[in-house]
Design a protein around this ligand. Structure first.
Ligand code: BGC
Length: 754
């Protein structure tokens, strides 16, 4: 009898004692098993498993929902009872997960617990701003807090694993999933990735409030051609390794347990069957030993890609790329056993996949107490804790980017009468944004209207919807104009419907939808001098060129989440001084897309003095510059940066360079500033971007106060991939510390290799 048999053969009284013991243990929140223990126990279980049961661990299906909660279709129930279903997605609630877990544990031959995965993307019940918003905070402790609270709530609802963070670099605002990532920059996204992983997984997965994280989508998904979701990706290895892969490497460095494949093909080979990225790089080069799940039905899609002859062939290709879990394709279930018996797939690959999945289940403590995450009492206590809602409020404030604020139209004076205009003023549905997990779109969220009511007397608030988000009906314009006529200032809350970003929500037009811009024009025509403050809820950089010319202030709040109305009102009335900076470039027009700050120089760069010069790399009908650059974001106060100071002008590979600048708050409000460190490697064996973010620090300065920020630059900051090799080269670098990516370098240092 081996260990696992012994464990299952113990008399029922002992089982009860064991569960009690485990419960005490889990309350004490300790690690159950050491790494070696886990591997020994997994081997012991695997020695009892049939090939079918091992394949069962690689199979994942979704639960369905009715009014009473999650349920499982009869086909999947059969699989579950046969011990041929290893994990499920879209199942949560402590009650629902417990019921299904009971079947897995008590009604199958070996009683292996199920793993429940879910898209906990920017919150579980308490919804935070969308991820592009969270990234705008440039605050790593906030990112970690979002992930930690999400894990607290999700784990209390029976979820063991989130399909997050989504760390695809994205530079094309047509792509709807740009909302779900952390923007265009490699360094910022990589730092944010580490904080998400840390927040979700904590220090120890055996703790009750931690869940498995998943780095997705490996890789290149954000570079879909023309911003159309799922579209083709072609890119050279240098770009892949220097831009799209670093966040994934950062995820591994911070201990991420799982990876998800991308839907796209990469240079002719779909990611889900791409041995180069999954075997050569992820497993061999990076040594990743967690498990990899496919994206939804991605194995079947290998046939549509034109890469697999049929689903059986697709199965062979995926398992040969070391892909462990088949999410929703049913291909592993139907063909893996046959492929093994035909000798087309080495059984070793199935064993490896099964082992990796079981290891994760052990790490979560599921073999010790399969019901430990399904505790109704705990669920009640944890969901929507007041401090979570308070955190969501704070992060909504910290994620809102003040793009423009002429004549200090903001902050507002509590005594003035404000006209609130627009389809999103009272909205409680869109405000959660896409991928809002188990968030409540029917009431729990606090609208902008409610948030403002916390600050203003009812008599000082006027409201007119004006128009819908996306229709041609202008019949509400006249009422809006009437209302504006009675006000001191106007706040317009406009934007996109939440379904206009997210998966399968690419747009060919990145302007405000419908006639919302016409509504602004109508109000501006009628009231040329009235202050108009535009608040925007949207999931991508929009083309705001017209709006910028019409309004005084633009506050980009993305979709700010459950406590969004309060967080935004805190900014409007000056309780929080805006500090967010764009993690992504806002173009002047769609023709400039893709546009991002760290471009290459080209052989014919334009000069600042004469940007329209002929035969230069420019447009004949638009400037090259964006409307709002990466790193841009205003405050109610102003900051002055002193000239950058370097500890040395020449460094060797082993030396550290210190770069400092003194920042002074020169305005009338206390506030936070995000100091950004940029470098430019002037000459390389492959050309280097004109600017690269290499560090940032968020500091708080009282009005009149000065602080010196110092960055350390070491050789790691100066390396890049060329032809698969991480290299470092002697030469001259430009360097700057700035509050935006829109600046000119005026300082250099040299690197000399020993
Ligand atoms: C998305 C993934 C997501 C999965 C499960 C897919 O359509 O691309 O990001 O995790 O569905 O919901």
């Amino acid at each position: 009898m081996n260990d696992y048999q012994k464990m299952r053969k113990i008399p029922i009284t002992l089982v009860v004692l064991l569960i009690l013991f485990n419960c005490l243990y889990s309350c004490a929140d300790k690690t159950y098993n050491s790494e070696t223990d886990i591997y020994r126990k997994v081997d012991s279980i695997m020695s009892l498993m049939t090939l079918n049961e091992k394949i069962g661990q690689t199979i994942m299906y979704s639960g369905d929902w009715n009014k009473t909660g999650p349920y499982v279709t009869s086909d999947n129930m059969k699989l579950l009872k046969e011990g041929n279903l290893g994990s499920m997605l879209n199942v949560y609630t402590s009650k629902g997960t417990k019921e299904l877990q009971k079947i897995a544990v008590e009604e199958t031959r070996l009683g292996i617990p199920l793993l429940f995965g879910y898209d906990v993307i920017h919150g579980f019940k308490t919804i935070f701003p969308i991820n592009l918003g969270i990234a705008s905070s440039w605050d790593l402790s906030d990112v970690e807090e979002v992930a930690r609270i999400s894990a607290e709530e999700a784990s209390a609802s029976g979820v063991h694993w989130t399909f997050a963070p989504m760390i695809d670099i994205a530079r094309d605002p047509r792509w709807g999933r740009i909302s779900e990532g952390s923007g265009e920059d490699v360094y910022l996204t990589s730092e944010i990735t580490k904080s998400y992983v840390k927040g979700f997984q904590g220090d120890n997965l055996a703790h009750l409030n931690t869940i498995l994280a998943c780095a997705k989508h490996f890789v290149g998904y954000g570079a879909a051609q023309a911003g159309r979701d799922y579209h083709t990706v072609n890119m050279g290895d240098n770009e892949l390794r220097n831009v799209y892969m670093p966040p994934f490497k950062a995820a591994i460095d911070s201990g991420v347990e799982t990876f998800m494949t991308a839907f796209n093909e990469l240079n002719g080979v779909p990611a889900t069957a791409n041995q180069y990225i999954f075997k050569d790089i992820l497993r061999d080069e990076w040594g990743f030993n967690g498990f990899v799940v496919t994206d939804y039905t991605a194995i079947n899609e290998l046939v549509s890609h034109g890469y697999a002859k049929n689903e059986k062939h697709a199965t062979e290709l995926a398992i040969n790329s070391a892909i462990d879990i088949d999410m929703m394709s049913g291909a592993y279930r139907r063909f893996l056993k046959e492929l093994v018996s035909e000798g087309k797939v080495d059984e070793k690959l199935v064993n490896e996949a099964c082992r990796r999945i079981l290891v994760a289940k052990f790490k979560l403590g599921l073999f010790d107490d399969p019901y430990r995450y399904s505790n109704e009492q705990r669920e009640k206590e944890i969901i929507y804790r007041p401090e979570f809602l308070e955190s969501a409020r704070k992060i909504a404030s910290k994620s809102s980017v003040l793009l423009k604020n002429s004549d200090e139209a903001l902050p507002l004076d509590k005594k003035q009468t404000i006209a609130l205009i627009g389809p999103l003023v009272k909205d409680k549905k869109n405000i959660l944004g896409n991928w809002a997990a188990a968030g409540d779109r029917n009431g729990k969220a606090i609208s902008i209207f409610q948030g403002i009511k916390e600050y203003l007397d009812d008599k000082n608030i006027l409201f007119a919807k004006g128009c819908d988000i996306d229709s041609n009906d202008s019949s509400g314009f006249s009422k809006a104009i009437q209302v504006v006529g009675k006000s001191d200032k106007v706040i317009m809350v406009l934007g996109e419907d939440y379904n206009m970003s997210g998966e399968a929500a690419s747009r060919t037009n990145i302007k405000l939808p419908g006639i919302q811009t016409d509504l602004i024009k109508a109000i501006r025509d009628e009231f040329p001098d009235k202050k108009i403050i535009l608040i925007l809820m949207n999931g991508r950089p929009l083309d705001l060129t017209i709006e910028d010319s019409l309004v005084d202030t633009i506050l980009e709040i993305w979709y700010p989440g459950t406590s969004g109305g309060l967080g935004v009102a805190d900014i409007l009335f000056g309780k929080y001084n805006p500090s967010a900076k764009l993690p992504i470039t806002f173009p002047r027009n769609l023709g400039q897309v893709p546009i991002y700050y760290n471009v290459k120089n080209t052989g014919r760069p334009i000069s600042i003095e004469n940007p329209t010069e002929d035969y230069k790399s420019n447009y004949i009908d638009s400037p090259n510059t964006p409307l709002y650059p990466f790193g841009h974001g205003l405050s109610y106060t102003t900051f002055k940066y002193s000239e950058i100071e370097l500890s040395k002008e020449n460094i060797s590979e082993t030396e550290v360079l210190l770069a400092s600048s003194t920042i002074t708050n020169t305005g009338d409000y206390d506030g936070h500033e995000v100091a950004q460190l940029y470098i430019h490697d002037k000459v390389g064996s492959i050309t280097r971007p004109v600017k690269e973010l290499k560090g940032f620090k968020k500091i708080f300065l009282k009005k009149g106060e000065s602080k010196t920020v110092t960055f350390e630059i070491n050789s790691d900051n100066l390396k890049f991939y060329n032809n698969g090799k991480l290299t470092i080269e002697s030469g001259e670098f430009e360097i700057a510390i700035s509050g935006t990516s829109d600046f000119e370098f005026n300082k250099t240092f040299n690197l000399t290799l020993n």
